[in-house]
Design a protein around this ligand. Structure first.
Ligand code: GTP
Length: 815
């Protein structure tokens, strides 16, 4: 529909990219509303383009965007109304080539056979290459054209594949087994649309949209977009400013929206806002961001943005309690949520909107009750207008939850009732569970579902994503008449079982998804790839922005040039945060792991003008003799050093610490990941807990903890990642848990194991050991074989946490 489709940024990007080519003429067409479809049919008018009124049937190619599974029946309708043969196999040489694209391309199977080609991933470059092939091969046999198209990276030609049970496999020897998604390496070099096609009717989103970044590295396990659009690619503030200026000049919009999966995670979001706000306020143009991050930084930005016009705030806690947020890897804490909401209220916001999901893996009724309670609590803080949107969780392909069971309509209705208890506190909108069921079936569907989609359309299903148009009776009838049981598509699926989208390669390995899924069941979180995942790249460190992608040679590895685009920004942001904090203090307590004090030293910040205290932590799991030697070693070098562990009581610890401190000292705690910084801060805090959930009076920004005699401690630890100069360094960081095991390659694990051997009585080789250890722990996969990955994972986790004994991995003699 024009009113909806005309505000689709992807469509416009493709439109302009193609029209920029002198020999291409690209036009737009939209499926009209049902009354017009009827009229067109009655009068024998086929669907035509808006610009030159050419029937789609006479175009060389037709591109259809697949952004939502519930629009599949519309695809059938477009083809039918255009009088284009619906099935790709029935099309003749002169028929247009039908091309699909958009996020549903990550599993296009239910409608794959409607398309001659599907572009998987970013379309900007692929469409240009497709246009070239179509031009060069004009007049050729359809088969040959498709064959040529299939050679373009990211282009999938479904006719060249067939279903074998659940798997989709090549039917021709020239077709690759897996189709790798197309990845646009840089947004910065990609021209942004500035001359928006101005609609002559009002569209749903009447505003200028600027894409500030693509991709998200947070790794929420339910999020399809987070997986599909990886890695993160950002535009610079200068670039964005240029776009905004040109866009305002050429359109006259009254609102600009910054588009991104997580706008506040842009490494320079502050800079961007500061850069464009003056331009906007001068012209009285408002600025908006899709949703606000739930922390003080997010709110700070939201406040700046609202300086022109204060609209509502939107937050997505997804669920009420920490446990379930850990399962889905939504890395915000209860404190974050409360502090942000209370601060939002204090800052004068009256309208907020919250997003939740139900039906998440491991969810119980109690979790849903907690959402209702949360709604009540938020309302009672004093918001005038609270709206809540609740969706049924739909497991999506290529996410860690692609294996899990989707809840049934009955279960969803039951949980709906629970949430509705909070109706008097908020305006609650609840997604239609029947629609969610159909969406779920199509999301993880296979080629067999094509007959379902065709049947549903035949029965009159169209515009299914519209609540008032969605007709569940018709869909149920379509299931019945095609003999398809929706339950077959709702999961759970066996981890080993082939899936209908395994041949689509987004660059995220199935092994990674399985590992993430397992971690979710244990409630283990995975950090944001930007900050927490380091990978050895030619001996340098790089944030693991694509996760699982970089460690597997043969998958999309960016060239050095491309890496420069994104990684210095991320590392430098962490570093800058530390440098900012350093300015506020005169004492740095550097927390190192007593088992490897050199490997866990901080690196890359200037501490020369600070008083430094080295804290050798975790002495309880280090070799006592060796820790003693390290203390002598550092003292000889003139350093202030002490050793401790989380088991030391506060009083003894403070007495030791005070020997090095004087009145008026301002102290911060710094160290590489996992050395115990937070544990130490909490110990120093003692019972004095600051700013917890529900307690008003939250301090904005950094907090100080008062210590006796006028000393102050910053309550945020500084985390610095090590530059991974060598595999040996990585191995030691792995052994103490500062580098997660899933982020190192096999060689590093082997080296780590050798170090472990040299400090223990272990004699076996790494593989022999994994066999032994895996068997002992019962980590088996099908056929009684040992799951080596999992065994290694558990082994290193146990070493790091000291479960295998008091072992030190570095001795002073080596330095
Ligand atoms: P990041 O914020 O990830 O950099 O971690 P951190 O340095 O703040 O470490 P945190 O305090 O979160 O502790 C990391 C892990 O080490 C936790 O599992 C702690 O329980 C454990 N830990 C901390 N101190 C000690 C200690 O003295 N002995 C032992 N055995 N474990 C400790």
């Amino acid at each position: 529909m024009y009113e909806i489709g005309s505000s689709n940024l992807g469509l416009e990007i493709i439109y302009h990219t193609l029209n920029d080519i002198p020999w291409v003429w690209a036009e737009r067409a939209f499926l009209p509303w049902v009354d017009m479809i009827k009229k067109m049919e009655e009068n024998g008018i086929p669907l035509f383009t808006m610009e030159s009124k050419t029937p789609l049937l006479y175009m060389n190619a037709v591109g259809i965007s697949l952004s939502y599974e519930l629009s599949y029946t519309n695809v059938v309708e477009v083809l039918r109304l255009s009088k284009i043969p619906i099935l790709a196999e029935d099309r003749r040489d002169e028929d247009p080539i039908i091309i699909g694209g958009g996020p549903c391309s990550s599993n296009p199977e239910p409608v794959a056979l409607l398309f001659d080609a599907v572009v998987i991933g970013d379309g900007e470059e692929a469409v240009v290459e497709i246009a070239k092939v179509l031009r060069e091969m004009k007049g050729s046999r359809r088969f040959d054209v498709l064959k040529e198209l299939s050679k373009i990276e990211g282009v999938y030609v479904p006719l060249f594949y067939e279903s074998q049970d659940k798997r989709v496999v090549p039917a021709y020897s020239f077709a690759p087994e897996r189709i790798r998604k197309r990845l646009l390496k840089s947004l910065e070099n990609q021209a942004h649309l500035v001359k928006k096609i101005l609609p002559h009717a009002e569209s749903v989103h009447d505003r200028g949209v600027v894409e500030i970044s693509r991709g998200c590295t947070r790794g929420c396990r339910f999020c399809h977009a987070g997986m599909f659009y990886r890695p993160v690619r950002e535009r610079s503030k200068e670039n964005i400013r240029g776009i905004v200026e040109k866009m305002l000049d050429s359109t006259g919009y009254e609102e600009i929206s910054l588009l991104s999966l997580s706008a506040m995670d842009h490494t320079d979001i502050n800079g961007i806002v500061e850069e464009i706000l003056p331009i906007l306020s001068e012209r009285k143009v408002a600025l908006s961001i899709p949703s606000t991050r739930m922390d003080s930084f997010g709110l700070e930005i939201a406040q700046k943005i609202a300086s022109i016009r204060k609209t509502g705030l939107t937050f997505a806690p997804e669920t009420a309690k920490q446990r379930l947020r850990d399962v889905i890897n939504k890395n915000i804490s209860d404190d974050d949520i409360w502090n942000t909401i209370i601060s939002a209220k204090d800052a004068g916001w009256r309208r907020i909107k919250l997003y939740f999901m139900i039906g998440l893996p491991t969810e119980k009724d109690k979790d849903v009750e907690d959402i209702a309670k949360l709604i009540e609590k938020v309302k009672k803080i004093g918001f005038k207008d609270l709206s809540v949107s609740v969706a049924v969780f739909i497991p999506k392909p290529h996410t860690p939850f692609q294996f899990v069971r989707q809840i049934s309509v009955e279960e969803a209705l039951k949980r709906r009732k629970i949430i509705m208890r909070a109706r008097k506190y908020a305006h609650i909108s609840f997604h239609n569970p029947w629609m969610s069921m159909i969406e779920g079936v199509l999301s993880r569907g296979d080629r067999k579902l094509l007959k379902l989609v065709l049947k549903a359309n035949e029965l009159g299903c169209i515009f299914d994503e519209w609540k008032e148009m969605f007709d569940r009776e018709k869909w149920m009838k379509a299931f019945e008449e095609t003999g398809i049981d929706p339950a077959d598509y709702m999961g759970p699926f066996d981890l080993e079982e082939p899936l209908p989208w395994d041949h689509i390669d987004l660059g995220i390995s199935k092994g990674f998804l399985i590992e993430e899924y397992r971690k979710s069941l244990e409630g283990i979180r995975t950090g944001d790839c930007r900050w927490e995942r380091l990978e050895i790249a030619d001996g340098r460190d790089a944030p693991y922005a694509v996760c699982a992608l970089y460690s597997k040679p043969g998958t999309i590895l960016p060239s050095r040039k491309d890496e420069i685009m994104w990684y210095p920004g991320h590392i430098s942001r962490a570093r800058k945060a530390v440098e900012r904090m350093l300015k506020m203090v005169n004492v740095v307590m550097e927390v190192r792991d007593a088992r490897a004090p050199m490997a866990t030293s901080v690196y890359g910040v200037d501490l020369s003008r600070k008083k430094k205290i080295i804290l050798l932590n975790k002495e309880d799991i280090a070799d006592d003799d060796i820790t003693g030697k390290w203390i002598d070693f550092f003292r000889k070098n003139g350093e202030s050093v002490l050793s401790t562990s989380k088991f030391e009581d506060r009083k003894t610890f403070m007495e030791k610490l005070n020997m090095y401190l004087s009145s008026g000292d301002r102290i911060m705690i710094l160290g590489v990941p996992n050395t115990g910084k937070s544990t130490i801060i909490n110990k120093i805090k003692g019972r004095r807990v600051s700013a917890v959930g529900g307690v008003p009076g939250v301090t904005k920004g950094v907090q100080w903890i008062a210590l006796e005699r006028d000393k102050k401690l910053l309550d945020t630890p500084g985390i610095l990642h090590k530059k991974l100069f060598s595999k040996e360094l990585s191995a030691k960081l792995l052994l103490v848990g500062s580098l997660p095991v899933e982020r190192v390659d096999f060689k590093v694990m082997e080296i780590a194991f050798e170090i472990f051997k040299s400090r223990t009585n272990e004699q076996r080789s790494f593989m022999e050991f994994l066999e032994f250890y895996g068997r002992k722990r019962g980590i088996l996969i099908k056929g009684g074989k040992i799951d080596h990955d999992k065994a290694a994972y558990m082994f290193f986790a146990e070493v790091a946490s000291g479960k295998l004994g008091k072992i030190s991995f570095e001795v002073p003699e080596e330095f």
